[in-house]
Ligand binder design. Structure first.
Ligand code: AMP
Length: 279
């Protein structure tokens, strides 16, 4: 496994695989790797000849009051885990390699995909995501890029951008990896105290309550109430939103189309997001 920090070194690594006509898979992350990230690396390994992992805590996608400084960073452990998964190249760029000083260009995906849910709660977040993913795609030029369903809205934004900009990159989405009690794995779970960790499971039980309401023939409003009620029963869990939207467009759901149930909640210092799709 080669660890590279500059765009030039990265290009050399990728060019070697390309000249052998290999397929290049790319897994972008912010590090503090857990089983969710590792599942993406395995999916990459199964589909490609060269697996490139990036670890980059992207300042652009954090708001001024958010946890950029506190975000967990554990390079040595991440490299060990990546090596164990058979990753070929780890790209650990300094900020200037991804966002050149004086940068005035950003990528904006317009409409409900970026204006609802996370977009509404975290203004500018998806501009930061789209801009960094665009820069990383240009640096790596992968054949496929692998993302987690855990960040469903991010996937929708990246898909749209990739289609709109006509990049020949296949976007692959892997299921959310969960702890035994159902809590979605997240680098931010490290912020939780034992008591908060116990209560955080309310996020997934609320999603399941919403799903059960829909499957029992309930309305969208009833599903949202079912989620809110379940969250309200956990005093440490402060709900930001518990919503049902169209799983593709992120607009109001319409009959016969898949519904995305999505929750964001703060538990102690951790802002947690999770979702399920109900067909
Ligand atoms: P992050 O490092 O949190 O920015 O996430 C990097 C990638 O890992 C994104 O595509 C996430 O959707 C994905 N990811 C994060 N948590 C999980 C999880 N629990 N299961 C599957 N994928 C995940």
């Amino acid at each position: 496994m080669n660890v590279v920090r500059s765009a030039e070194e990265l290009r050399i690594e990728v060019a070697a695989a390309r000249s052998a006509r290999g397929r290049v898979a790319f897994v972008p992350t912010m590090g503090a790797l857990h089983e969710g990230h590792l599942s993406l690396l395995r999916a990459a390994r199964n589909r490609a000849d060269l697996v490139v992992l990036s670890i980059f805590v992207n300042p652009l996608q954090f708001g001024p009051e958010e946890d950029f400084d506190a975000y967990p960073r554990d390079e040595a452990r991440d490299l060990e885990l990546a090596r164990a998964e058979g990753c070929d190249v780890v790209f650990l760029p300094p900020v200037e390699s991804v966002h050149p000083p004086g940068r005035v260009t950003s990528v904006h995906v317009a409409g409900p995909l970026t204006e609802t849910l996370e977009g509404e709660s975290r203004p500018g977040h998806f501009d930061g995501v789209a801009t960094v993913v665009a820069a990383l795609f240009n640096l790596v030029m992968p054949d496929l890029a692998i993302f987690g369903q855990k960040d469903a809205q991010q996937v929708a934004v990246v898909r749209r951008m990739t289609e709109d900009l006509a990049w020949p990159i296949e976007i692959v989405v892997c299921p959310t990896v969960r702890a035994d009690d159902g809590l979605a794995l997240s680098s931010r779970n490290r912020y939780l105290s034992p008591k908060e960790r116990d209560q955080a499971v309310a996020v997934v039980s609320a999603l399941r309550a919403g799903e059960a309401a829909l499957r029992a023939g309930g309305t969208i409003a009833e599903a949202e109430v079912a989620m809110a009620d379940r969250l309200a029963a956990a005093p440490e869990v402060v709900c930001d939103y518990a919503r049902a939207v169209d799983a593709e467009t992120f607009e109001a759901p319409t009959a016969g189309r898949p519904v995305l149930l999505a929750i964001a909640a703060t538990v102690g210092r951790a802002r947690l997001i999770d979702n399920v799709v109900v067909q």
